[in-house]
Write a protein that binds this ligand. Structure first.
Ligand SMILES: NC(=O)c1ccc[n+]([C@@H]2O[C@H](COP(=O)([O-])OP(=O)(O)OC[C@H]3O[C@@H](n4cnc5c(N)ncnc54)[C@H](OP(=O)(O)O)[C@@H]3O)[C@@H](O)[C@H]2O)c1
Length: 399
């Protein structure tokens, strides 16, 4: 990809002031806003999701938050997994979004103004805050974790970038594996002049392509495990090599190709087979393994490979995660800070044209389409693409 310098300026949205004042006299935030949203239904099941109304009050916007008119949303496995794990009927669903700022809190950094196009993520389907989710016409979001997409990106591209992918990449690479190389200060090569290999199992997942990009830009050599049909895509996101997960002796091939020097694995599939492969691919000295989902103690095949605790992208908001059992987390200001630092890293990459979203696939616009897309995700029908649904193309005319 050729580095390009984008002009980072506020995108003009000429229709916005009239749109806002016609719909909400007294805006910004002098009045209650009634808007449409997608809420969890009975049992948290996607099939029961309800398109309904929500009210936003002026004091719902915290000083560091901005109110975003949502233009498009991207769909993630967590959008159907989290509600079925912890049903919260009535909670607004949705994590990733792109849109336009219509109101800013009193303590928001200056470069985010009314009319700025942004993308990011919120903790949707949250039992502790059921009134917040991105599958809505408006969402209040932590301004410190938002990005400004390049001016020539469509809303679909911006929503596909969202936040959850790079939030997770930050946690896995820097909180779990404690890697020292970052895009702004890449790691140095090894004594023999080669780059440190890092295994990305499930490299064709949306999380995997983001991790491959950040690793590559941070001076590492990502080795991707994916299907043969996704290999070209994964290589285009920065992997130096790929291997098919159905290949016989995949782990042994990785081990020999990396000279027995592999010390780090990131597993975006988190199955017994993926864990076995990651562990078997590492050299005799062992190493560190981090998975994107919960793995079982009995799947561990090597004591010399340290299995790091599961990170949750929901932790990045700094509020803790009030889910039961395995997914409960206390608030972590450190993970929030790490993600704010990550936002600076990713913004610089965006401004230079060095990072992109997982390949987006736009579904028909509207809330009903979100329900259809989540059913596709749940059925495992989505491969190598990020499903995106446009909710308001009238804002930027960039669907
Ligand atoms: N802890 C967290 O906070 C966090 C954050 C983000 C995601 N996650 C979890 O991470 C996982 C991935 O999420 P995602 O949204 O990135 O996934 P995704 O984009 O929906 O993943 C789809 C891809 O998975 C690959 N795949 C399917 N079965 C595979 C297998 N057996 N081995 C290797 N690859 C396989 C397919 O690629 P091929 O073409 O290669 O088959 C397919 O393109 C999910 O379980 C999600 O819940 C957790």
């Amino acid at each position: 990809m050729t580095p390009r310098v984008w002009e980072t300026r506020t995108r003009a949205v000429p229709s916005l002031p009239s749109l806002i004042s016609s719909q909400f006299p007294g805006f910004p935030m002098a009045v209650k806003i009634e808007h449409q949203c997608l809420r969890q239904g009975e049992g948290g099941l996607v099939e029961n999701a309800i398109i309904g109304k929500n009210s936003l009050m002026p004091d719902d916007i915290k000083p560091y938050e901005v109110l975003v008119r949502v233009a498009a949303v991207a769909l993630n496995p967590t959008d159907h997994k989290s509600p079925s794990f912890c049903p919260t009927p009535g909670a607004i669903m949705g994590v990733d979004f792109a849109g336009v700022i219509v109101h800013r809190g009193s303590d928001v950094r200056r470069e985010l103004t009314e009319g700025s196009r942004v993308c990011g993520a919120v903790h949707g389907s949250n039992p502790a805050n059921p009134g917040k989710g991105s599958f809505a016409e408006y969402v209040a979001a932590d301004s410190r974790l938002l990005l400004k997409p390049p001016v020539d990106w469509t809303d679909t591209q911006a929503a596909a970038l969202g936040g959850s992918g790079w939030f997770s990449a930050g946690l896995f690479l820097y909180e779990s594996l404690k890697l020292d190389g970052k895009p702004s200060s890449p790691t140095t090569k090894r004594a023999d002049g080669t780059k440190t290999p890092i295994l990305v199992y499930g490299a064709a997942t949306a999380t995997g392509t983001m991790i491959c990009q950040i690793l590559s830009l941070s001076g590492y050599a990502p080795v991707g495990v994916c299907s043969s049909s996704s290999a070209d895509m994964v290589l285009s996101y920065g992997a130096i090599a790929t291997i098919d997960y159905v290949a016989p002796n995949a782990a042994e091939t990785i081990k020999s190709q990396t000279g027995g020097q592999l010390r780090h694995a990131i597993d975006c599939i988190s199955s017994q087979e993926s864990m076995r492969c990651c562990m078997a691919a590492m050299g005799r000295a062992g190493g560190k393994y981090v998975a994107s989902e919960h793995t079982m103690e009995e799947w561990r095949t090597r004591r010399g490979v340290k299995v790091l605790p599961l990170q949750l992208a929901y932790e990045t908001f700094g509020n803790g995660v009030e889910l039961p059992g395995l997914y409960h987390r206390e608030p972590s200001p450190a993970k929030h800070q790490l993600t704010m630092d990550m936002a600076d890293e990713v913004q610089k990459l965006l401004d230079r044209g060095l990072i992109r979203s997982h390949p987006p696939k736009a579904l028909p616009p509207g809330f009903q389409s979100i329900i259809g897309g989540l059913k596709m995700l749940k059925a495992g029908e989505v491969r190598g693409q990020k499903l995106v649904v446009c909710l308001d193309s009238g804002l930027t005319n960039q669907s």
